[in-house]
Structure formats: C-alpha cells, structure tokens
Design a protein around this ligand. Structure first.
Ligand code: SAH
Length: 274
C-alpha cells in the first residue's frame, strides 16, 4: 500500500489550525508531559514544564552559547531556557502563526534581543554551516518526511563538537499499513522509527550518539489527560473550533490517540557532531 507523504506545508497548515487545540487541552508547549516513575502528579501543563526542565538539564546549555531550536512551536521551551541560561536562541517552525506567536512570547518576556523565531523548513535550514553551538528538536522530527535530511541539516548547521538533543516519538510496536496511513494523515507525521533504526539514522547523518533515554513510561499519562481535557475543556474547544470540527475531532482523535498509545514510545537522544 503506497503511503501519502506528509509535506512541510501540510504540517504548517496543521499547526496554523490546531495550535489552539494544544493550548486549550495541554498548555503553552506542544510536547508530552513527564511523570517520574510511580507518580501521577500534576496537570499536563505542569508535567510539560518538568519535561522541558529535564531536557534543559540533559543538554546543559552554557552561558553565551547559541542554540538552534528545531520545530520551536510557540516558543515556550526556548523562552524558558533563555530565561534561566544567558544563551542566545534561534528557533524555526514551519507554521507562520507559530513563528509570530513565538516572537510575541519572546518580546513579552523581554528577551527579543537574544531569542528570535523564523518560519523556515528544518529540512532546508536557511543558515550557513556551523552556525550554532548547540541544538534541540523537541518532538518535531517525527513530522518530517525525510528523517535523514532533517538530521543532516541539524548536523550541518552545528559547529564541530556541537551537541544536540532530539526528543521524539518512536515506534514501539509497528502499526498495520492501514492504521499507519490513518495516523499519519491525522497527526501529519512522516515515517516513524524504532529506537535501533533511529540510532542508525543518527549515526548515518554523521553524529556520535552519546546517550539514549527511553521515557515511554514517563510520558504515557499525557494521552489519558488529553482525553479528559476533551471533556473538561469542551466549551472552550467548541468556541475555538465550532460543533462540526469538534465532532470530527471527537471521532478521529480517540482513534489516533489509541493507536499512538498502543504502538508508540518516546525516546531522547543526546548526540554530538564530531
Ligand atoms: N518544540 C515545540 C513544538 C513541538 S510541535 C514544543 O516543544 O513546544 C512540532 C513543531 O515542529 C511545530 O512547531 C512544527 O511547526 C515543527 N515542524 C514540523 N515540521 C517542520 C519542518 N519541516 N520545518 C520546521 N518546523 C517543523
């Protein structure tokens, strides 16, 4: 069965339309939450902050370093990072609306001097070679139709010795081709990979892999709370999307989210450009 390829434009339209959905049901960032083993504490928004802070400490950005944020959303993680570390940030998103919202967030935080966001395609970055000291891609590469190209653009724009953190959904149990097609179209994903395949792609792109962290068990609660939010945030969602679209979301989100829970995991890769 031939699969339809998700284009960057598809992803841009998806986020132009649905960023509000994530703001209502999740919080300011568009990535999973993190719950320490055995804990069910906190809202999604609180668990997202735990996730961002964990990524910040894993990557260990130092004062004066310039970070590339690949797939920056509306800039919450980048602004949080820049508030606590005196670093510079350049972020890219394929969604024009997100780029605008992210720049507004940096402005509101008084950080627009050193935190800038652009609408650009991460598979064809508009930056010269060796522009950045450090980079992260928080839950963005799974949207890109050519993982290898996304990784080699990341490598190209990093300085030699530069570090990067990639946090992404991975395939735990493969889906049937029909389910994969449905999930791909609903979530606008590119091809997804098992941990060993992802590790191979990282090495093939010319990175040294320093650490792999499987945090599937720590993020699973995100889907449970998202389902609850579809009920508890009903009126806000209705106002934002109208009855018809909300009806469609009800039908398709549950199925896509079920597939995600059964088949996907989540991993964090720490890599270095030699
Ligand atoms: N990292 C952010 C947002 C994650 S949502 C956060 O954690 O809050 C996924 C992000 O990836 C969106 O901002 C989307 O625009 C971006 N993205 C997906 N494909 C892209 C591409 N080809 N080029 C640039 N950004 C892309």
């Amino acid at each position: 069965m031939s699969q339809r390829v998700t284009s960057p434009e598809d992803v841009g339209r998806f986020y132009d339309q649905f960023t509000r959905f994530f703001e209502i049901t999740w919080g300011d960032s568009i990535h999973v939450g993190y719950w320490p083993a055995g804990s069910q504490e906190g809202t999604i928004a609180e668990a997202q902050v735990r996730f961002t802070e964990l990524m910040m400490s894993k990557l260990g950005v130092r004062a004066g370093e310039h970070l590339l944020d690949v797939g920056c959303g509306t800039g919450e993680p980048a602004v949080r990072l820049a508030r606590t570390r005196s670093c510079q940030v350049t972020g890219v998103t394929i969604s024009p609306k997100q780029a605008e919202a992210a720049n507004q967030r940096a402005h509101d935080a008084g950080l627009s001097e050193r935190v800038r966001f652009h609408r650009a395609n991460a598979m064809a970055l508009p930056f010269p070679d060796a522009s950045f000291d450090v980079a992260w891609a928080l839950e963005s590469i799974f949207h890109m139709f050519d993982t290898g190209l996304a990784l080699s653009e990341l490598r190209r724009t990093l300085k030699p010795g530069g570090r990067a953190l990639i946090a992404d959904f991975i395939v735990a149990v493969p889906m049937s081709p029909e389910d994969e097609q449905f999930h791909r179209e609903m979530m606008q994903t590119g091809p997804m990979h098992s941990v060993p395949d992802y590790q191979r792609l990282i090495r093939e792109a010319g990175f040294e892999l320093e650490e792999t962290l499987d945090i599937t068990a720590n993020m699973m609660r995100t889907a449970v709370l998202t389902r609850e939010a579809l009920t508890s945030k009903r009126e806000e969602l209705r106002q934002a999307f109208g009855n018809e679209l909300l009806g469609m979301l009800d039908a398709t989100w549950a199925k896509a989210s079920d597939l995600g829970q059964k088949h996907q995991g989540y991993a964090v890769f720490l890599v270095r450009k030699p």
